[in-house]
Write a protein that binds this ligand. Structure first.
Ligand code: UDX
Length: 434
């Protein structure tokens, strides 16, 4: 199959490389000439384990190309995927669809022969209808169908998630389009990933419902963790105790500093707005979003409390800046709230992250960046573990204690064991554990 992928961002690049690896001919299009030039030189603009090798292999084998020329890519494609950004619109939290609609206009101008236009970006219910209208208005003669095919991959595990998805959701009522989509995903259902065909609007909503549910699950366990701290219970045991119930499931029950990233905060907000627009507010998700925002700020107060109630004039070392490990993504990362709260309270902040420091430099001010975890801890009055990179899971505790001016560790990811930390002489605070 010939596939055009519009948008060489996270989802576009991963999907494009994986489709090429299935044997399709994929052309990734991006408006940004610098990005395309870099990709053509073999440079990958994001950090994602395995992606650079996958791209290089498929470029070498001639199945994956990069261009700024959208019309050329679309003209020869049987399927055109829209994988452009849908950020939160400033001011009202709605998804900003201007990139999607611009892509639709550009695609309309170039369509040649029967073409399936697929929205892979996370888009609110009804966006597929609007994309269809835009293309139909511009090109009444065009032979095309618009399909919703949301993507559920996680950053840091993107290739494995794409190649072995729990399910593939295809939203269309058009039989011809469904058969093209089946051809594209055939290598996956050989892996026995279920393909769910449904209406386009249902597919669009399914993506938001999935993310809102996961955000709710995390927020639920976070609130249980807070209660654990009050009643002297252990949230990890509670999570295990409930997670082994198959109806609940054990994943996404890790209490922490609150969810961040490019999806959950933006998508919960967009779902809330859609529901309000239809006068069918989802109050549960409204509460989840509010609780999570408050939680990220509250984590700064937790650190201050662990430092005896004040951090004025103190130095706090922060380990981990990205919103989760194995990514360089800083979007909506809890570290941003924690560091800002500490600085507002008069602390000096030192930080270390294996991949996130470059992005952090553009988002935070007055942070001193260290060269490794021990360098970060040196002479600090407290250390906060914000992101659970593997590198931080087996720190040399003696060396860490010797580096710190005062042995206070606040572990926002429950990476260490409280008894072990106490044995090493740390004042240790974690999430929801006595
Ligand atoms: C998420 C969805 O998982 C994915 O299906 C969707 O396509 C995009 O959004 P991603 O944002 O890459 O993926 O990361 P994910 O691993 O889901 O984590 C999101 C946030 O939740 C992170 O901040 C993470 O630290 C937090 N989290 C996750 C928890 O605090 N506890 C958990 O148990 C799981």
């Amino acid at each position: 199959m010939h596939v055009a992928m519009i948008g060489a961002g996270y989802v576009g690049l991963v999907s494009g490389a994986c489709f090429a690896d299935f044997g399709h001919e994929v052309c990734c299009v991006d408006k940004d000439p610098a990005k395309i030039e870099a990709l053509n030189r073999g440079e990958i603009p994001i950090f994602e384990p395995g992606l650079a090798d996958l791209v290089a292999k498929n470029v070498r084998e001639g199945r994956l190309t990069f261009t700024t020329d959208l019309s050329q890519a679309v003209r020869s494609a049987e399927a055109v995927f829209i994988a452009v950004g849908t950020p939160s619109r400033r001011g009202d939290g709605h998804a900003d669809l201007s990139y999607v609609y611009q892509a639709a206009r550009d695609i309309a101008a170039a369509i040649d022969g029967y073409t399936v236009v697929v929205t892979k970006s996370t888009v609110p219910v009804g966006t597929g209808d609007e994309v269809e209208r835009i293309i139909r208005d511009a090109r009444p003669d065009a032979d095309f169908a618009v399909v919703s095919n949301p993507e559920f991959l996680r950053e840091g595990a993107a290739i494995a998630d794409f190649k072995r998805p729990d399910r593939i959701v295809i939203g269309t009522d058009d039989e011809r389009a469904l058969s093209v989509m089946n051809d594209i995903y055939r290598p996956l259902y050989l892996n026995q990933s279920p393909v769910l065909a449904m209406s386009r609007r249902t597919a669009e909503l399914t993506k938001y419902a999935a993310n809102a549910f996961l955000a709710t699950k995390i927020t639920f366990i976070n609130e249980i963790a807070d209660l654990c701290e009050h009643v002297g219970a252990n949230v990890q045991d509670v999570a295990r105790g409930i997670g082994l119930d198959n109806r609940i499931g054990s994943k996404f029950l890790h209490a922490g500093p609150g969810y961040g990233g490019s999806c959950f905060p933006k998508d919960t907000l967009a779902l809330i707005k859609t529901a309000q627009d239809y006068e069918a507010p989802i109050r549960l998700v409204e509460t989840v979003a509010a609780v999570n925002s408050q939680r990220k700020r509250a984590m700064g107060r937790k650190v201050i409390a662990a430092c005896g109630g004040s951090v004025r004039g103190k130095t706090v070392a922060v380990l981990g800046l990205t919103f989760k490990p194995n990514t360089d993504d800083m979007r909506d990362a809890p570290s941003l709230d924690v560091i800002t709260a500490l600085q507002d309270a008069g602390a000096r902040v030192k930080a270390y992250d294996p991949e996130g420091m470059e992005a952090a430099r553009g988002m935070l001010t007055d942070v001193a960046y260290a060269k490794d975890a021990y360098d970060c801890a040196r002479d600090a009055d407290a250390l906060v573990l914000v992101t659970e990179w593997d590198l931080f899971r087996a720190l040399d505790l003696r060396r860490l204690k010797a580096a710190l001016a005062s042995p206070v560790v606040v572990d926002l990811r429950n990476v260490y064991r409280p008894d072990e930390m106490r044995r090493h002489g740390f004042t240790y605070v974690s999430i929801g554990r006595p």
